[in-house]
Write a protein that binds this ligand. Structure first.
Ligand SMILES: Cc1cc2nc3c(=O)[nH]c(=O)nc-3n(C[C@H](O)[C@H](O)[C@H](O)COP(=O)(O)O)c2cc1C
Length: 466
């Protein structure tokens, strides 16, 4: 059958169609679909059974977001204005974008603006008979290749974690079988609230991907902290990683830890170390680029999150262990964090005052050994557990001893003496210690170390499958 486009209609028909489409807030193509569907309905048979859906699978060889359908759910936060920019940036990458606005989002931006940018009416109401007739919430949930929630408010995250379905956004999120990416945005106190963190942990456990939030200034005057929505280009980068084609680690779940831990002494002081988190972040990014579903548990670092990686931020060793245990099971666990060996026995609830002539004594206790705890698990041990050994002398001897003591499969040993510049620097010199021997890699960038390691992991997993 030949195809007919709106452009080929005669002018009078086009004008009537344009007026009718504008009245219903639809594109002209969608209006034609509705008219045809209505006619078919009246004729008593579904002649449109095989009508092309609005969102098609991507053609082969396209860019990552090319021709992918993205359903953008916009929540009711100040950052909603950034989602208008996000629509454009996703389209620039070739994606087709459909929008849902929550009732609260409509206090910040209009469905008209989102619809005009998307080129298709924005959906707002679960009980709108016309929307249900046109598309329906189940089709909205299933036709997209990816659902992006930006901004994801505390309220939307709570609804998702609790399985609510009392408005269009929540119902679609519950009904979908597609990957979901959330970009949280809220006041730092709302973000730090125990309930929000509980909901976040639940969403991560449910396989929801998370980008941001970032640290920075809030819309409220004088407020700053963690809670700013990730920038549109960061969200697009995360989308591209999720929509990326098959890689050697597609279908594998990889857990990475990175950064230092901060162990409180009192409300203003802590024990820390010089780890920058660069190596762990590079590994997480390389694993994501190879197709893995990556969860990074990060201590406090001053760097943006790697793209396409879900990041859980912690402060202390005990919080890191808790986050790691919650994140299991995983196919591979890579422990690159520089976890403090000790914490203060009894951190003070108030700032410790200097007492003239009397040096302050701090009682220290050992922190849990995260690598050994996971490597020695009786059940749920990841099939490949990899640790880092940061040593300042007898690097290989100590790394071999660590491999045996910790019960892990591989150790990446590096010399972190100050003259090497490895701690906090951009390069690394690795000795890979396994049960079958030691392999010394040449000095290279931390990104290259990460890519080499991911290549090794992919080869090991492929070999184990054979
Ligand atoms: C001016 C203003 C700004 C708000 N900004 C945010 C925000 O950035 N993040 C958030 O989680 N909630 C924010 N809220 C509260 C949400 O709008 C409220 O929780 C609403 O119920 C969210 O609905 P939704 O999740 O269905 O979009 C804000 C409220 C107001 C009045």
């Amino acid at each position: 059958m030949g195809s007919l486009t709106v452009r080929q209609l005669d002018d009078k028909l086009k004008t009537l169609l344009r007026l009718r489409a504008a009245r219903h807030g639809r594109s002209m193509e969608d209006e034609v679909r509705v008219i045809l569907k209505g006619a078919a309905h009246e004729a008593g048979r579904d002649v449109l059974e095989h009508f092309e859906p609005a969102m098609q699978p991507a053609p082969q060889g396209a860019r990552q977001a090319d021709s992918k359908g993205i359903l953008l759910i916009i929540g009711g936060g100040i950052a909603a204005y950034k989602s208008l920019d996000l629509i454009r940036r996703l389209q620039d990458r070739g994606a087709r974008v459909r929008c849902i606005l929550t009732p609260a989002a409509q206090h910040f931006i209009t469905p008209l603006a989102a619809g005009a940018l998307a080129g298709e009416r924005a959906y707002t109401d679960l009980f709108d008979a016309q929307s249900e007739f046109d598309v329906g919430h189940i089709r909205l949930a299933r036709e997209a290749d990816l659902i992006v929630v930006a901004p994801a408010t505390a309220d939307l995250m709570a609804k998702m974690a609790g399985g609510h379905a009392d408005d269009l956004a929540a119902a679609v999120l519950l009904a979908t079988d597609r990957p979901i990416l959330v970009a949280p945005a809220m006041n730092p106190r709302m973000w730090a609230a125990k309930s929000t963190q509980r909901n976040l942990a639940q969403l991560v456990a449910d396989g929801v991907r998370v980008v941001g939030p970032n640290r920075g200034e809030m819309a409220e005057r004088g407020e700053s902290g963690v809670g700013r929505m990730a920038e549109p280009n960061e969200i697009v980068a995360a989308v591209e990683v999720i929509l990326r084609k098959e890689g050697p680690l597609t279908g594998k779940r990889i857990l990475v830890t990175s950064g230092p831990t901060h162990e409180p002494i009192d409300p203003v002081r802590f024990i820390a170390n010089r780890s920058s988190g660069k190596q762990g972040q590079a590994i997480a990014a390389a694993a994501a680029a190879a197709g893995a579903d990556v969860l990074l548990v990060s201590g406090p670092v001053d760097r943006p999150d790697p793209p396409g990686v879900t990041v859980v931020k912690v402060e202390t060793a005990r919080q890191m262990l808790e986050a790691v245990e919650k994140a299991l099971p995983a196919d591979v666990a890579i422990f690159a964090a520089a976890v403090a060996d000790w914490r203060v026995d009894q951190p003070s609830g108030h700032k410790i005052k200097k007492q003239e002539g009397r040096p302050q004594q701090l009682g220290l206790v050992e922190n849990p050994d995260i690598l050994a705890t996971v490597a020695h698990r009786k059940s749920g041990r990841p099939p490949l557990v990899i640790g880092f050994a940061a040593e300042t002398d007898r690097v290989i001897v100590n790394a071999k001893a660590k491999l045996a003591k910790k019960g892990c499969d591989w150790i990446l040993a590096n010399d972190v003496s100050p003259e090497t510049g490895i701690m906090g620097g951009d390069t690394n010199t690795i000795h890979l210690v396994t049960a079958s021997g030691v392999e010394s890699w040449p000095p290279q960038s931390k990104d290259d170390v990460a890519r080499s390691l991911i290549g090794r992991i992919a080869a090991a997993l492929a070999k184990a499958k054979r």
